[in-house]
Design a binder for this molecule. Structure first.
Ligand code: AMP
Ligand code: MG
Length: 427
């Protein structure tokens, strides 16, 4: 069965529109490929209970419902005097008798009547009979038991109400949320010491190519250092997945098959780089066809045309191109959203904003292009973006230099200096 038949019958992938001769009619548009991956990747169901602090950056496997009001009591937002709002003077000055003190963690036991007040500290429960707090700085202490208060205050001021932040029974976080620092604090404010999170996604990856040596080794004739495994390591680490680095695999069908076997047994996702074209040493696709399933392998994009997505046993398989920029771009556009979805997070469209382009960019309709750019914010707040220079898919330094990708959609043609373009910030 040809790839084309697989694509058409099993998966009904739409093809890129406006393809010119360079792009065959069965090349898949980026959006269609992404929709296809989204449809195939189902969130992991395994959950584990972990101590709260270990859950930073993890994905919630349960919803979080508040068992209490936060704050738990109506309390003072200031250090000052708690009193009855009805006693606050409109124009003149009033003297109030100080009954005692209310401290955070030590409530005032009595009740306040008209003409009386209680010295109160931030966080202390509002004493019975009081509804307003006057700041210490806006009062004048006459003696140990008398304080003078002027006009300009409002009933109910400087008071925090029970449950005003979070009320008992409210669903504060839904399952699928990636927990950030503020969330840890919110969850801790309910008293939960441990919560249920998704297990981390396991990702195995290796580079393919007879020419590759790892950093630290000595280069022979015609050999190059493997950089893809390092950029992949970096991008995977930033996504907080479990990483299984399988090194470099030589361009031999047996070696590729053995690595596939091993990787698919250990991991939820297998990523390779190189060997996905139609060259004589490109064994990824035929091996995947033999051992698993190929869903598609040609995407109307630049860089990154020959990208393979498929299944290898229970694992999802991504065969990324060999060229270093193409590896990063295809990872960011396809693998990252797939890993986020697998981890239980909602499928998020990448964050993109408009910027004024400072270069002319030649482009033909029919494919989506990702150019490396440097964006800056001008004094009036608008964004401006400039190309990094040489844009070849082997120019990895362009990714280091860039702080964004300029995303040119498939239907779009050339861009003239001063036109608005979409940019996708890189961090
Ligand atoms: P391939 O798709 O295997 O033909 O690779 C395309 C180009 O990317 C070739 O120039 C390779 O030498 C280069 N390449 C492949 N894998 C890597 C890697 N891991 N690190 C750096 N360059 C690579
Ligand atoms: Mg190769």
């Amino acid at each position: 069965m040809s790839d084309r038949t697989v694509n058409r019958s099993a998966n009904r992938i739409e093809t890129a529109e406006n393809c010119d001769s360079e792009f065959e009619s069965d090349w898949i548009a980026v959006e269609a490929a992404l929709a296809h991956i989204k449809q195939h990747v189902k969130p992991l169901t395994d959950a584990i209970k972990r101590p709260l602090r270990d859950c930073l950056g993890q994905v919630l496997a349960q919803s979080i419902i508040s068992p209490i009001d936060v704050p738990g009591h109506t309390n003072s937002a200031m250090d000052g005097y708690a009193l009855k709002g009805a006693d606050l003077p409109d124009n003149d000055v009033v003297s109030l008798r100080i009954l005692g003190r209310a401290m955070a963690g030590a409530a005032f036991p009595g009740t306040c009547e008209s003409g009386e007040c209680v010295r109160i500290m931030t966080g202390a429960i509002m004493p019975a009979g009081t509804d307003s707090v006057v700041m210490q700085e806006q009062s004048e202490l006459l003696d140990d038991t008398t304080v003078k208060i002027g006009s300009g205050h409002r009933q109910g001021q400087n008071v925090r109400y029970a449950g005003e932040d979070i009320a008992t029974g409210s669903e504060v976080f839904k399952a699928g949320r990636r927990i950030k620092a503020a969330d840890l604090g919110v969850i801790a404010s309910f008293g939960f010491a441990e919560i249920s999170v998704k297990r981390k996604v396991r990702v195995a990856f290796f580079s393919t190519g007879d020419e590759l040596r790892s950093a630290g080794e000595t280069l022979g004739d015609g050999q190059i250092y493997d950089s893809n495994r390092y950029t992949l390591f970096g991008m995977l680490t930033e996504l907080d997945v479990e990483i299984l680095d399988m090194g470099v695999v030589v361009d031999q069908p047996g070696a590729v098959a053995q690595a596939f076997e091993q990787a698919s047994q250990m991991a939820d996702v297998v990523i390779t780089s190189g060997g996905v074209s139609v060259g004589e040493a490109d064994y990824i696709k035929p091996t995947l066809r033999k051992m698993g399933n190929i869903n598609f392998w040609k995407i109307a994009m630049k860089p990154g045309r020959p990208l393979t997505y498929g299944q290898l046993g229970n694992a999802h398989f991504f065969g990324l191109p060999g060229n270093p920029v193409a590896v990063m771009v295809t990872f960011l556009q396809f693998v990252k959203p797939a890993l986020q979805r697998l981890s239980g997070e909602a499928f998020k469209a990448p964050f993109r904003v408009k910027a004024v382009c400072q270069n002319d960019i030649r482009k033909r309709p029919g494919r989506t292009e990702y150019q490396r750019g440097i964006y800056t914010q001008l004094d009036d707040g608008t964004l401006s973006v400039e190309l990094t220079g040489r844009q070849g898919s082997g120019i990895l330094s362009s990714m280091s230099e860039a702080n964004c990708l300029i995303v040119l959609h498939d239907k779009q043609g050339s861009v003239a200096q001063g036109n608005m373009v979409l940019i996708e910030p890189l961090s």
